[in-house]
Write a protein that binds this ligand. Structure first.
Ligand code: C5P
Length: 240
């Protein structure tokens, strides 16, 4: 796999026009474009077709579905018919996707949002043993993989444990990525952050990057630097 195909760029904007501009600027550097709730709710499914026409080779629909099994399965089926390569859901119920044929769409289970830390898990009422995000991520990752997901979304800080638990074939997708210069300073609302190189070296198959590219003076150059980080991480990991 080309290192750039491991870079998922978050199109966190609210209009088709802005999204298309970003695709045109980044189509060469970025392998996968991610449409999140903001853009999908604002513009609807039609935006996906337009992104493809503008040069997006692969699409990731980040809907983070969370509902009863019947609704989840039905929604996943309809979303898959939109022709996206990746679709996200929350997955806390074993067996929920068993036997579900989504064609080319690979289902990714969100474990614990990268904006949450131990204090948030404690405030949400998790017992002490699951207040460490690493423990809760691992627990949910195993559940999701057994439930039929192609892989999981977790922070780079948990990538090594998840990779070990799920094996070499699982997709391990890590948001909460910041360039080395920003670690400890500009994390925005993200709490569990690592660099592109670290995430890949520790076992991520893909990384999700939004603001560090979108808000850069030269987004294409910022994306090239991220891809260089991916390349370095792959060298360290022995090219997994
Ligand atoms: O701008 P930034 O690089 O922080 O963007 C991260 C992206 O990854 C956002 O689009 C966010 O919705 C997504 N995401 C996340 N944490 C998760 C799953 C997805 O930050 N666990």
């Amino acid at each position: 796999m080309n290192p750039r195909d491991r870079l998922i760029f978050a199109l966190d904007v609210d209009s088709t026009g802005e999204a298309l501009d970003l695709v045109r600027i980044l189509a060469v550097e970025v392998g996968v474009f991610k449409v999140g709730l903001e853009l999908f709710v604002a513009e609807g499914p039609e935006v996906l077709e337009q992104l493809k026409k503008a040069g997006a080779r692969s699409l990731f629909l980040d809907l983070k579905l969370h509902d009863i099994p019947a609704t989840m399965r039905a929604a996943a089926k309809v979303a898959a018919q939109l022709g996206v390569d990746y679709l996200t859901c929350h997955c806390e119920q074993a067996g929920i996707f068993a036997g579900l044929d989504l064609g080319r769409t690979r289902l990714l289970a969100v474990t614990v949002l990268t904006s949450l830390g131990p204090e948030d898990l404690k405030a949400s009422g998790y017992p002490p043993a699951l207040q460490d995000p690493r423990a809760l991520v691992l627990h949910r990752a195993r559940l999701a993989y057994a439930a039929g997901a192609a892989g999981v979304v977790c922070s780079g800080q948990e990538a090594a444990g998840v990779r070990q638990a799920l094996g070499p074939k699982a997709l391990v997708v890590c948001p909460g990525i910041r360039p080395a210069a920003k670690l400890g300073t500009g994390a925005d609302d993200q709490k569990r952050i690592v660099t592109p190189e670290q995430a890949i070296a520790w076992g991520a198959s893909h990384i999700v990057v939004g603001r560090p590219i979108r808000q850069a003076g030269d987004p294409a150059q910022a994306a090239r630097q991220v891809v260089e980080g991916i390349r370095l991480g792959l060298d360290q990991a022995g090219g997994h």
